[in-house]
Ligand binder design. Structure first.
Ligand SMILES: [Zn+2]
Length: 462
């Protein structure tokens, strides 16, 4: 679970370059998941090879966690239990990472009130001990990702398992990779704690039971915890656009994020607030600076179609690489992180996703029945540059009719990109056909080549 989004008080206009292939919804249902195969993207040089190797391991982790065999990893279920054990053994396989659960184990058990059965949930935790140079103050950086998901549908569906590949096998795979990167390089001064939270998706209210329990029984002193970074849904990186929330929770964080992202090719979309419905929240409430890393919502969010084959594993490798740099940057100046409560609340509507922005607003009326009519054009925006005007009615995008506003919005989302298309995505020009100036009354939508205005426009990814 992770809810965030933004509203401008008006319908956000989405836009993108649409190719014919993208306009045909991809086949739904069980994805043809490449088992154990990376969706390799050719990147030149050593860095590309390194990321490709990471992507192979990430694909293996995502395919395993999101497999039907783990039955959607419902908190307290047999599938959840096996997921926890597998995550512990993957941590155990990383040289230098040791158990950080209770009694020398990898686990931190807890129960969740209100579940229909006696749910015995477990966080999974490992620690990379810091160098702890003599005289330096103890410090811990927590990297977290929930591993539970929504189990199975109650119906006899053909595809009854909520696989939760993006939500949140992707975050677990990222944390494992970061653990490997930090363990292999120069040892950080701080202890790094890797926690896979259980029961984030279930229970009363927001869920987030595993992280709530952690705060009530911390595995490292909270007053020595410099930062918590949460990874929840990082599997749909598109065009290198990565959301990093929580940058307002300490004044130094934007600098660390900028430093870590330099040269990675990632485009960081920062949100100041530390409040979002995921495991970063209890840490924020405990006045610990938090960051949460996220690649956006999509139509498969909390659906059985959130499957491994739709995950951009190379994108997860890039996210993990960025996060490992971020941890090192923070570790070097870990005492520069005083907590600053950013109380700006995030909108709970899950409508944040990578999109292309045209820079116009459409009239809200009659969403389902008439084509989208422009009510505002932002100065200097792609639409403004292309010559779109207030009153224009969009009737066609790249040759595909848009008889209603909803169709326009659907065509303009990025949900249907394959992992390969996500990785390689860059905005390209699109062709808009619009009715203008009383040529039509805005209700008609049959193309009329004699009357319509045709515009070329290159939108922005946001
Ligand atoms: Zn989640």
């Amino acid at each position: 679970m992770l809810s965030c989004g933004r509203t401008d008080g008006e319908i956000t206009v989405l836009s993108l370059t649409v190719t014919a292939a993208m306009l045909v919804p991809l086949a739904r249902g069980p994805a043809a998941a490449p088992t154990g195969q990376p969706h390799a993207i050719a990147v030149e040089g050593e860095s590309g090879e390194r990321l490709d190797a990471m992507a192979v391991r990430i694909a293996d982790t995502v395919d395993w966690l999101a497999s039907d065999a783990l039955e959607g990893r419902y908190a307290g279920s047999e599938g959840g239990r096996r997921a926890a054990e597998g995550l512990a053994s993957r941590l155990d396989a990383i040289d230098g990472v040791e158990p950080a659960g209770v009694d020398g184990s990898w686990f931190q058990p807890f129960t969740v009130a209100g579940l229909s059965h006696e749910a015995r949930c477990r966080n999974v935790a490992g620690r990379l001990l810091g160098r702890r140079t003599k005289g330096s103050e103890p410090s811990t950086i927590v990297l977290g990702a929930h591993y539970d998901h929504r189990g199975r549908t109650d119906t006899d569906d053909e595809d009854p398992v909520f696989n939760g590949a993006d939500d949140n096998a992707s975050g677990c795979a990222a944390v494992l990779e970061i653990a490997g990167l930090l363990a292999a390089g120069d040892r950080p001064e701080s202890d790094i704690l890797f926690v896979f939270f259980d029961a984030e998706e279930v229970g009363v209210g927001l869920g987030i039971n595993g992280s709530d329990h952690y705060i009530s029984a911390p595995l490292a002193p909270l007053d020595e915890t410099a930062l918590m970074i949460n990874f929840d849904m990082v599997g749909r990186l598109t065009g290198g656009l990565l959301m990093v929330g929580g940058t307002g929770t300490s004044a130094a964080l934007p600098n660390f994020v900028a430093e870590a992202s330099t040269g990675t090719g990632l485009r960081i979309h920062e949100l100041a607030t530390g409040i979002a419905g995921s495991d970063n929240l209890p840490f924020f409430e405990a006045r610990i600076p938090v960051l949460f890393v996220f690649t956006g919502f999509h139509r498969d969010y909390h659906e059985p179609t959130d499957e491994a084959g739709l995950v951009n594993v190379h994108g997860i490798a890039r996210v993990a690489d960025f996060a490992a740099r971020l941890v090192r940057a923070v570790d070097r100046r870990r005492h520069d992180l005083p907590f600053a409560a950013d109380t700006e609340e995030m909108d709970v509507k899950p409508d944040w996703s990578p999109r292309l922005r045209l820079g116009v607003t459409f009239e809200k009326a009659l969403w389902f029945r008439i084509p989208a009519k422009v009510s505002d054009v932002e100065e200097g925006s792609p639409a403004g540059a292309a010559g779109l005007r207030v009153g224009d009615v969009v009737v066609e995008i790249d040759g595909v009719p848009t008889p209603d506003h909803q169709t326009t919005e659907r065509l303009l989302r990025l949900d249907d990109l394959s992992p390969t298309e996500r990785e390689a995505f860059t905005p390209r020009p699109m062709t808009l056909r619009v009715h203008r100036d009383g040529c039509r009354d805005g209700i008609e939508h049959e193309p009329d080549t004699a009357c319509d205005t045709v515009l070329r426009c290159t939108p922005e990814l946001r």
